[in-house]
Design a protein. Sequence first.
Length: 343
Amino acid sequence: APIQPPDLSKCGPATNLNTGQQLDYNCCPPVTNRIIDYQLPRPTVMRFRPSAHLVTKDYIFKYNRAVELMKALPADDPRNYTQQANIHCAYCNGAYDQVGFQDLDIQVHNCWLFFPFHRWYLYFYERILGNLIGDPTFGLPFWNWDNPQGMTIPPMFNNSRSAIYDEKRNQNHLTSIIDLGYNGTDSGNTPLQTVGNNLNIMYSEMIRNVKVIEDFMGQPYRAGDAVNPGPGTSERGSHTAVHIWGGDPRQPSGENLGNFYSAGRDSLFYSHHANVDRMWKLWRDLRGSNPKDFTDRDWLNASFVFYDENARLVRVKVSDSVSNERMGYVFQKVDIPWLNNRP
Ligand code: C2O
């Protein structure tokens, strides 16, 4: 059977997975009894997600304005910035049990729910921001870390006076080339070597190391299963490397980007994940006539709950998340240099 959405009224303490200690921080969302089955609205105008390195001053202003407004919402409004960050903590740090299995947590990482969960999460985050600035075309910026032109923290995130700034980042990495193979120590490679390695990593996790759908999407995870059956290439590779590379080693536990419970507090998280989301789209496009999606009902009918831009609690299904176009957004087209990076 598919994973069911959590019962918000049973949300409990979360665990810092980096240390195994219980968090003395409550990341549970507001509770309501009214749950609406979400219908994807028919897109009228597409939202446009730009490369974060290529945006205009006007866009940066607009995005910051939206985040300011999100931060200014009442603390108990589920659309509030901290509440949005807490979504990641609740779904990823063991605050929810599986419905019907008190001994089993819900964990959306390290399994086939990774891409669909994060897509839905960003979908509502984006709609809330767009709503706050009255712009139904607003799209999140993606951090194009798979392209040499995007392999640094996008400059707009380094403005310490802006709403999207976060001081809890690795101070040695603010302007350096990202290492998509990072696991906690700087490699000592030259920037040119790092770029080359990054492109090889991308080619491997998008093409060379992927034969069957599970290889990319992650392993099956159904109702009654233990957490962490296994991540796909992209989640395990570039995705995790960017988190660890971005987290602040001065903090006790990799905060913010480098720990599940805190990652959503850094606005960079949403641009990182917008690119992870883009990888799902690119990978599907690369499949040609090979199957792109699991046909297993336990994947298609797996579901989550989120608060939408009108603060209504909605139940969403994995099957409604397979096409970004059907969800009403597209990505800026940029070069994909790793495509031809067959070693
Ligand atoms: Cu839910 Cu990048 O982690």
